[in-house]
Structure formats: structure tokens, C-alpha cells
Design a protein around this ligand. Structure first.
Ligand SMILES: Cc1cc2nc3c(=O)[nH]c(=O)nc-3n(C[C@H](O)[C@H](O)[C@H](O)COP(=O)(O)O)c2cc1C
Length: 401
């Protein structure tokens, strides 16, 4: 059965949800599912903006067929051909033999690489090209590396709709509620939106900044992303979040304590630090066990907060492997501009603190590692209290600067 929503005059959401997939990109958990958004414009000509993942294709085809109501599909605009959006392109071409695909040269190259049969169906566009579909005139704007090199966004100058590809997307299936003003975004969606952005696009902050600069020059009224809610109110709220994330500026003053422990002693010390920080007035403190928190959540929190405490046992003269993985992920996603405090633990040759400091200072950009450090020999005891106090004071002092 078709399931569509009207976005605005002549424009409809024809996407679908997937609540069965457990790992997005086979790596990031999505307990709330995900939506694959596609949009159909019924103008003098009919235009479909992007397609959906193969898992959602059947629902998507029913939606398109219902709204076309016997009309041919004239154009398929592909803003982003990554398979979670482009997998159904060929099915559309087979069902609608007159449809022409509008996209970038790189997107066509990638479609051929993925084995799509698109010859004779391509209409290539470049930055700044415009096209009229009747009443609606659109402009194509390149958006390289947001989040693949072929990406573009399309702006409908007639109604102010921006088809933003992967930008402004979020994990989470749509429970019938399409628009940001139909959900409590700040309560129910922001964490998944941040986790989506930081893990999927986080590495490409400068490219997102370039796109935001271009977006600043146009009068956007509605943002139609390829995942998650459509934005038609309070656009400034989400643009502000994107400004922070893409410039690697923290959203909030606060401390995330990430600890690596085998027998619980490092965890216990991390708890003491958390209590001391709260007693000193910093209540925005969160603690995570690196071994049982998926790294995508840790990355999201690291982008949100200004301060990170890394507390790790020594493991075979190295950093605990799961903690090392978190460090590698932060580096891979270009996280920077954070203040970091270190706690280390070892029973005979404690190395993890020195190694974590070296990683932060030599492998990552603009990380301020505090001089104060706590070294534990197996378990915390009363002798460690002065260093623990100094560490907590150092964190608080660095916030006042
Ligand atoms: C496989 C393994 C390797 C370890 N390697 C080291 C090491 O190289 N140097 C060291 O000082 N302690 C080493 N340890 C000891 C742990 O670091 C120590 O027991 C830990 O600091 C206790 O803290 P926890 O209770 O938070 O796990 C190792 C322990 C294990 C199980």
C-alpha cells in the first residue's frame, strides 16, 4: 500500500523506512531504524529526487506509482548516488523507460562502476546550472565530500526547497511524522542526528563549511534531506548545530570520561573523578565504559562536549586495544579543539598515559592535553588523592579560560 506525505504544493515525500537493519553501513548501530527519503515533484514535468535503498524499494515504487497516477516520469535527479540512495535507480529506469537522470559527471562515473545500465539516459549538470520543469526552476550546487565526491544539492528557487542529500540527515525511522515540527527534535532526535553527522560526515568539516557558506546566500524555506525529518521551521537551530560540528567547536562545556578497565579499578577511579568534578560545580559530566559503548556513540559525545578524560589500563605495554580504537576513530573523523585529561593504570610497567598523550599530541590536531595526570598502580589508594584533586582542579581551571 502506498504511504506518502505532502511536503508542500506539488511536492511529496515518497521514501520509506527500514526498522530491520541493525547496522548502518554495516558498522553503526541504528536501534531506532533509518528512513530513506525520496521526493516527487509533480510539475508540468514529473521529477523524482533521489531513490532509496534496495531494502525499501518495494514501498518506494508503490509510492511513486500512486502519485504519478499514469503519468510518465520525466526526470530523476540524483544528488547522491551512494547505494543507500541510489540502489533503486535501475529499477526506476526499467519501469519508466523515458526517464532521464540528471546528475554530476562523477556520479555517472560511479553509477557505471556499480554496474548500473544508464547509457542514453544521462543529462549531466554542473555547479550553478539551472533547469525549469514548468513552474519550478532549480539550481544545482556541487557539494563534494558531503559525503561522497560526486554529491550535489538541488535548490528549487520557486518554493525555496533545498534537496540537501546527506547533509542535515539523521538516523531514526519516521513514525509517520515527517516534519521537524511534528517531533520533539531536541529531546528525541538530536542525539541520533549528531551521531549520524559526526560518524558519517564528521571527517569532512571544511567541505560542510563550504556548503554552509553557499547555503547562506540563498533563501531556504524547507530542507529535504535523504534521512530523517524534513525541516520547515526553526532552520536556524539545525544550521547552528552544523556550524559547531563542521568547525569542530564543542556544543557545550562539559566532560566525558571514557574509561578502559578489566577488573574495575580504573572504573572506580573514574567514578571518583566524576564525583569530584560535580562537587566542584561541573555537573555536565558523563561516563562511558569504552568496552561496552559502541564507538559511534563515543564519537558523537566527543563532538558535543568540550572536555574528554581518557582513563586506560596498560595492556601488553600498550594502550588498551578498545581505547586505542576510540583514539584512532577520533583521529579518522578529524576531531580537534578539545581539552583532554589523562588517567593511566598499570601493575608493573605503566605505559598507557604516555602513549595516549603521544597519540593526542602527535597524531591529532589542536588537542590541549592537560599537564596534570593521574597514575594508578593497579588500584587507587589514599596516596593518589592529591593527584586526583589536582586533576579535577586542572579540568575546572581549563574551563574558566
Ligand atoms: C593481558 C594483560 C596485559 C597487561 N599488560 C600490562 C602491562 O604491560 N603493563 C602493566 O603495568 N600492566 C599490565 N597489565 C595489568 C593491568 O594493566 C592491571 O591489572 C590493570 O591496571 C588493573 O586495572 P583494572 O582493574 O581497571 O583492570 C596487563 C593485564 C592484562 C590482563
Amino acid at each position: 500500500m502506498h504511504c506518502v506525505r505532502k511536503v508542500t504544493e506539488n511536492l511529496y515525500w515518497v521514501g520509506a523506512n527500514d526498522r530491520r537493519l541493525s547496522l548502518f553501513e554495516n558498522i553503526h548501530p541504528i536501534p531506532r531504524g533509518v528512513s530513506y527519503n525520496s521526493y516527487l515533484l509533480l510539475d508540468k514535468q514529473t521529477v523524482l529526487f533521489d531513490t532509496v535503498d534496495w531494502s525499501a524499494c518495494r514501498q518506494f515504487l508503490e509510492n511513486v506509482e500512486y502519485l504519478l497516477d499514469g503519468r510518465p516520469l520525466d526526470y530523476l535527479v540524483i544528488n547522491h548516488m551512494e547505494p543507500d540512495h541510489g540502489a533503486s535507480i535501475e529499477e526506476i529506469l526499467l519501469r519508466y523507460p523515458k526517464t532521464k537522470i540528471i546528475s554530476t559527471e562523477k556520479a555517472f562515473m560511479l553509477m557505471r562502476q556499480f554496474g548500473f545500465h544508464i547509457d542514453g539516459r544521462m543529462e549531466e549538470v554542473q555547479e550553478g546550472d539551472t533547469k525549469s520543469f514548468g513552474k519550478h526552476v532549480v539550481t544545482f550546487v556541487s557539494a563534494p565530500m558531503v559525503h561522497w565526491p560526486e554529491a550535489m544539492v538541488t535548490f528549487d528557487t520557486t518554493n525555496g526547497v533545498l534537496f540537501s542529500a546527506d547533509a542535515f540527515g539523521s538516523f531514526g525511522a519516521l513514525d509517520g511524522k515527517l516534519f521537524n515540527d511534528e517531533v520533539n527534535f531536541d529531546r528525541d532526535w538530536i542525539d541520533d542526528a549528531r551521531r549520524y553527522y559526526t560518524n558519517i560526515v564528521g571527517k569532512y568539516g571544511p567541505h560542510v563549511q563550504a556548503l554552509l557558506k553557499k547555503a547562506g546566500g540563498i533563501d531556504i524555506k524547507i530542507i529535504c534531506p535523504l534521512h530523517g525529518p524534513v525541516w520547515r521551521t526553526d532552520l536556524g537551530y539545525f544550521l547552528d548545530k552544523y556550524g559547531h560540528w563542521s568547525s569542530y567547536e564543542p556544543e557545550e562545556q562539559g566532560v566525558m570520561i571514557v574509561y578502559a578497565t578489566m577488573y574495575g579499578n580504573t572504573e572506580s577511579a573514574a567514578g571518583v573523578l566524576a564525583a569530584k568534578l560535580v562537587e566542584k560545580g561541573m555537573t555536565n559530566v558523563v561516563m562511558y565504559d569504552v568496552s561496552n559503548t559502541h564507538v559511534s556513540y563515543l564519537i558523537s559525545e566527543a563532538f558535543r562536549l568540550s572536555h574528554i578524560v581518557l582513563a586506560s589500563v596498560t595492556y601488553n605495554l600498550g594502550i588498551y586495544p578498545v581505547m586505542h580504537n576510540f583514539l584512532m576513530d577520533m583521529k579518522a573523523l578529524n576531531l580537534q579543539k578539545r581539552t583532554v585529561a589523562i588517567m593511566e593504570n598499570g601493575s608493573w610497567a605503566c605505559k598507557s598515559g604516555t602513549l595516549m598523550r603521544e597519540f593526542l599530541e602527535n597524531e591529532m590536531k589542536d588537542m590541549n592535553v592537560l599537564e596534570e595526570k593521574l597514575t594508578l598502580n593497579s588500584a587507587m589508594n589514599a596516596d593518589n588523592l592529591p593527584d586526583m584533586d589536582a586533576l579535577a582542579d586542572g579540568i575546572i581551571a581549563s574551563m574558566k579560560k
